[in-house]
Design a protein around this ligand. Structure first.
Ligand SMILES: Nc1ncnc2c1ncn2[C@@H]1O[C@H](COP(=O)(O)OP(=O)(O)O)[C@@H](O)[C@H]1O
Ligand SMILES: [Mg+2]
Length: 279
């Protein structure tokens, strides 16, 4: 059983989180994937209604996004800036980065902002499932055929102020979803931005299919206003992160400085900790 102090502390952190990101309690419930009833129980001090597993879930959600747990590297900042630009000017932006470069981390962070809706694409998603997931992110439980789903998503987005859709793992988007995404873009482009993030093959595949004249690809490609490829970590960033993780040996730091991807660095840091029996 979690202590009442722990629950009060959580209540406080949720308030700070909502304030920092400019979102309502209802928005928070959707982003953290908990029921509004849970949040109101927390707000009203009905502590017995909040289970230990709920405390753990909410704490983990907030912790993952609090400053101090993410490093503000140049790539991380670039992703925040690109999302800002897409949101403000209603652009469609393609973000490219190798696996482990920190795309999802940076996008998740931005995804906590007001009127930002993030969907991670899964290869098995068909167009209907994609739009149902997007609508759920928008806080709407809605069923219908694909046309009704798209129209409802467009209506929801067009009713918001400067919304942004973030689609992570965009390289996995299937041909049919791409065609329907095109429809959504057309219906919302006056006011809604889209950021599509994926591995390098996301862009090269779009180009390849466009050059082969496959339906919809050149039209879609043409509508991407900006492409940006992440650079990976630089030596100063690796050094800073290594030192923050207690690695001070000069030779070891020098060796780590060759690493470009966050994922690889995190793994090396973990191995160092195991070797030194720190964990
Ligand atoms: N800015 C960051 N600060 C701290 N850790 C990060 C940061 N970016 C990425 N990581 C860590 O690196 C790993 C890979 O990041 P991820 O965002 O999943 O990359 P990608 O989506 O590009 O494959 C994750 O374990 C993540 O926790
Ligand atoms: Mg990712």
């Amino acid at each position: 059983m979690a202590k009442i102090e722990e629950k009060k502390e959580l209540q406080n952190r949720i308030s700070v989180f909502c304030e920092t990101n400019g979102i309502s309690r209802a928005d928070f419930a959707v982003k953290a994937d908990v029921s509004p009833a849970t949040l109101s129980a927390l707000d009203n001090g009905q502590w017995d209604k909040i289970s230990l597993s709920m405390v753990k879930k909410l704490t983990a959600f907030i912790k993952s996004t609090e400053a101090g747990n993410v490093f503000n590297t140049s790539d991380f900042q670039t992703v925040q800036d690109l999302c800002d630009t897409a949101k403000k000017y209603h652009l469609m932006i393609g973000l490219i980065g190798d696996t482990g470069t920190g795309k999802s981390t940076a996008l998740t962070y931005y995804g906590n902002r007001k009127n930002v809706y993030r969907v991670t694409f899964e290869k098995s998603m068909n167009p209907k499932q994609f739009y149902t997931t997007l609508l759920r992110e928008l806080g709407v439980d809605f069923e219908g055929n694909i046309n009704a789903l798209i129209n409802r998503a467009a209506a929801e987005l067009n009713a918001k102020e400067s919304p942004l859709i973030i689609i992570d793992e965009a390289g996995k988007i299937t041909h049919s979803v791409l065609l329907y995404l095109h429809d959504l873009r057309e219906k919302t482009k006056a006011g809604c931005g889209i950021v599509l993030a994926g591995m390098p093959y996301f862009k090269t595949n779009l180009q390849k299919f466009a050059s082969k004249g496959k339906e919809g690809f050149s039209e879609f490609l043409r509508r991407i206003n900006i492409w940006h490829t992440l650079n990976g970590l630089n030596a100063a960033e690796v050094k800073y992160i290594a030192e923050k993780n207690g690695i001070s040996d000069k030779e070891r730091v020098k060796e780590l400085c060759r690493i470009k991807r966050f994922g690889d660095l995190a793994n090396e840091i973990l191995l160092d900790k195991i070797m030194s029996n720190a964990i």
